[in-house]
Design a protein around this ligand. Sequence first.
Ligand code: NAD
Ligand code: IPM
Ligand code: MN
Length: 361
Amino acid sequence: MKTLKIANIPGDGIGKEVVPAATDVLKAISDIHGGLKFEFTNFPWSCEYYLEHGEMMPEDGLERLKDFDSIFLGAVGNLKLVPDHISLWGLLIKIRREFEQVINIRPAKVLDGVRSPLLNPKDFDLIVVRENSEGEYSSVGGKIYQGEDEIAIQNAIFSRKGTERAMRFAFELAAKRRKRVTSATKSNGIYYSMPFWDNVFEDVSKDYPEISTDSQHIDALSAFFVTHPERFDVIVASNLFGDILTDLGAAIMGSVGIAPAANINVNGKYPSMFEPVHGSAPDIVGKGIANPIGQIWTAKMMLDHFGEEELGSTLLDVVESVTRDGFLTPDIGGKHTTKEVTDEIINRLKAVDKKGITSEG
Ligand code: NAD
Ligand code: IPM
Ligand code: MN
């Protein structure tokens, strides 16, 4: 029997709706797969928690998380209660940084039954490897002067170590896929960091002669996502470029409510964190219509991470059978609720079991 200890942080907004939904799916998987058990512990850290305690998580929060096998997070952010830079840097970004979750893996493809703005949606099947620890997301900088002369300075940090690490991760991933890595650059306009990024990419690519490479400026690359999606297999991008590209990717998938993501600790010192691409969606919170698929697909990435790839792909197959048959939330043109879609996925998982998920771990 394999028991996995998961720290659930639903966070804010629809995080509180989709994390319980995906947790129910994982519980169903463990019910039908006798060899795998999840132990969930819930942490209420959120903007509401901040209002009560003056911080997004307690001082020993990281200490309390560090022995879990993984962290399963919904979304953070409630602008009505706390400014975003305080809530995000106090919880989501803090965990990514302190737990050295230096790589963010963000797959994107269009599921059957989900409408995409692309003419040939099946051409779109890629993974963005987002550098997750540095780049444009830095706390180095400051403000000078006052009044109309006020200046905000924000420094981007690109280390050879961090850049190379993200690129190697992308090459290793591409080796198991269609063997192509595209680098997202902007060395025509950004003077120091991006020419450096290009040099590192060139150096790293020499170690992977079997992988074909190209380098595209992020503006053109974004357009090619829409016009020539078949060109892409794995894309390696800086923190900010990867962030923007994956919301575009999510839109091509049909909705940001579908897109999954994983923040990976690669040195094994700390747990990884599984958290979808979307945010707390304040415009639909409380309506029961949040798309649970992003969080459920994220749970699939967590299963893969634990070496349960077969279960992971069964779960995604079941999710796709549900979208194919029209069980869709309103963001993707349907009328179904979070609960209806989740229940359908759980019922079908139970049916698959009769045909074959093994009951030995
Ligand atoms: P958002 O992703 O929350 O919402 C953008 C749009 O997508 C909204 O119309 C929303 O209703 C829709 N949407 C998002 N998820 C959906 C789902 N599962 N089902 C159906 N529709 C969905 O982005 P935003 O509005 O820019 O941000 C809202 C808050 O979330 C902000 O505080 C922001 O900082 C935060 N945020 C947090 C994370 C995170 O914690 N990982 C990610 C992005 C944004
Ligand atoms: C994401 C989010 C976060 C990011 C924000 C909320 C800080 O947009 O996970 O994509 O930019 O990393
Ligand atoms: Mn984002």
